[in-house]
Design a protein. Structure first.
Length: 116
C-alpha cells in the first residue's frame, strides 16, 4: 500500500508582509481578517478543499510564482472578472477562451481564476 495520498493538502504562497497579505487575500475572498497569524509568519486562509497558507518567511523575489500554481474557481467568469476590476488587483490577462484570467497579488505572485 502506498503511504503517499493522491491529494493536495496545502499550497504555500510567499508574501512579503504577512499582515498586509492576510488583509488583501481576506478582502479578495470575502473572509474576516480576525484569524490568527501563527509564529509571526503564517496565515491559513479558511478555504474549502485544498488549503492556502500565506508565508512571509519563504518570501523572496526568486520564490514568487511567475506562473499560476493553481486557480480559484468561479461559476461565472464574467462576474468574477468584473469583481476583480473593482479590487486592488493587477489583471494581467483578459478573459481567455471564455474560461479563465490571470492576475497578480501585491507581492507579484501570478494567480488565476477559472470557471468550473
Amino acid at each position: 500500500m502506498n503511504p503517499i495520498l493522491n491529494q493536495v493538502g496545502t499550497i504555500f504562497i510567499p508574501v512579503r508582509h504577512i499582515e498586509e497579505a492576510r488583509n488583501w487575500y481576506c478582502d479578495l475572498l470575502g473572509f474576516p481578517t480576525d484569524g490568527e497569524i501563527l509564529f509571526g509568519h503564517l496565515y491559513m486562509l479558511p478555504m474549502n478543499g485544498t488549503g492556502i497558507v500565506l508565508d512571509s518567511k519563504i518570501y523572496s523575489k526568486e520564490t514568487i510564482f511567475n506562473t499560476p500554481p493553481f486557480h480559484f474557481n468561479t461559476n461565472n467568469i464574467e462576474e468574477a472578472y468584473e469583481y476583480m476590476k473593482q479590487k486592488p488587483v493587477e489583471l494581467i490577462t483578459k478573459i481567455e477562451h471564455n474560461h479563465w484570467f490571470n492576475f497578480k497579488d501585491p507581492d507579484g505572485n501570478h494567480l488565476m481564476v477559472c470557471q468550473c
